[in-house]
Ligand binder design. Structure first.
Ligand code: NAD
Ligand code: UDP
Length: 344
């Protein structure tokens, strides 16, 4: 049997492939991993790194998820039993500039994938959603809260969630885990794979890491007048390896395996802890021993003061919890950044 990983050469996808290849006690290690990615935000160099880390090969197919014919060929040629769907565009600011590309890739692309899955009777899916669907709810955020979106990127995640809930209602054979990620950071402990953003990073950690390594001059801290521990924004940062292991657990809970995820189920993947921007900067400084100049600038439009998860459901439903602490997250980010100062 095979597992299809869309977006598998990207940041979270590549770390998940490592965890899948390294296996868990309950996992059948003979499964073929098939990655489909159009390389719009990743490189095939990741494939060599995956082999270096795991000693195993994956099957890579360069294709766009919007191309139903290409997907149909993948399903015809491989005995796919479940899909982990990471492929998509993810930059909030860019999504307001080119919304149609976001709706095309994230929504239409997902519908194409679901059409082909239906045709081939593959009804087990893990989907990359985001804590952004919680809109302005007050933390800790739990899966029963009402959802909303404030930008086109968030809308695409919310629309796909609605599609998945409707699909599961229409056909009880579907088993779907909609994983709502909080803020993934860190890198694999080997230093061989990590986050590799194109251009100037939008997210805090890659920005701080590039300041520490001397690629960027100064961090801008977006606001120090929030009602938080030190006035700067608080987020629930989660190590990408913990997140990757959450996908393995989610896969094991789908209908083709244990069957504990019935229909479509939203599940938070976070630590349940909040960390401020200045706590991140200070921890990064201690670990890297690098200078991290920053200046306080006005709040970024649309940012909330505090966002963190209620992570209880992932514990009870999947038997998963985050294990790696902030020190590990930042040590691993620093190892990746300092050993690969210009990415791949
Ligand atoms: P990433 O950009 O590193 O990985 C996404 C991968 O999908 C890339 O390799 C890209 O080339 C590929 N891709 C994009 N559009 C495609 C298409 N139409 N067809 C085929 N491949 C395509 O991003 P990531 O951080 O690994 O995120 C993975 C998923 O998780 C995304 O759906 C993202 O929205 C979601 N997510 C990410 C975060 C985060 O902070 N990183 C948070 C919440 C949710
Ligand atoms: N942030 C910052 N400077 C930056 C990028 C981010 O001060 O250059 C802050 C941002 O205001 C938020 C936190 O860091 O409080 C995390 O932002 P990020 O964009 O990484 O993730 P978000 O939670 O917004 O998706």
């Amino acid at each position: 049997m095979s597992l299809l990983i869309t977006g598998g050469t990207g940041y979270i996808g590549s770390h998940t492939v490592v965890e899948l290849l390294q296996g868990t006690d309950s996992q059948d290690l003979s499964k073929e991993i098939v990655i489909v990615d159009n390389l719009s935000n990743s490189s095939t160099k990741v494939l060599d790194r995956l082999e270096q880390i795991t000693g195993k090969k994956v099957t890579f197919i360069e294709a766009d998820i919007c191309d139903e014919q290409a997907l149909d060929k993948v399903f015809s040629e491989h005995n796919i039993e479940a899909v982990i769907h990471f492929a998509g565009l993810k930059a909030v600011g860019e999504s307001a500039e080119i919304p149609l590309s976001y709706y095309q890739n994230n929504v239409s692309g997902t519908v194409s994938l679901l059409q082909v899955m239906t045709k081939h009777n593959v009804k087990n899916l893990v989907f990359s959603s985001s804590a952004t669907v919680y809109g302005n709810n007050v933390s800790p955020l739990n899966e029963t809260m009402p959802t909303s979106a404030t930008n086109p990127y968030g809308q695409t995640k919310l629309m796909v969630e609605h599609i998945l809930f409707d699909l599961a209602k229409s056909d009880p054979e579907w088993s779907i885990a909609c994983l709502r990620y909080f803020n993934p950071i860190g890198a694999h402990q080997s230093g061989l794979i990590g986050e590799n953003p194109n251009g100037i990073p939008n997210n805090l950690l890659p920005y701080v890491a590039q300041v520490a390594v001397g690629r960027l001059a100064q961090l801008q801290v977006f606001g120090d007048d929030y009602d938080t521990v030190d006035g700067t924004g608080v987020r629930d940062y989660i190590h990408v390896v913990d997140l990757a292991q959450g996908h393995v657990k989610a896969l094991e809970a789908l209908g083709h395996a244990k069957g504990t995820v019935k229909g479509c189920q939203a599940i938070n993947l976070g630590t349940g802890n909040g960390t401020s921007v200045l706590e991140i900067v200070n921890t990064f400084k201690d670990i890297s021993q690098a200078d991290i100049p920053y200046k306080i600038v006005p709040r970024r439009a649309g940012d909330l003061a505090t966002v963190y998860a209620d992570a209880a459901l992932a514990g009870s439903l999947l038997g998963w919890q985050a294990n790696l602490d902030l020190t590990a997250m930042i040590e691993d980010t620093w190892r990746w950044q300092s050993e690969n100062p210009n990415g791949f």
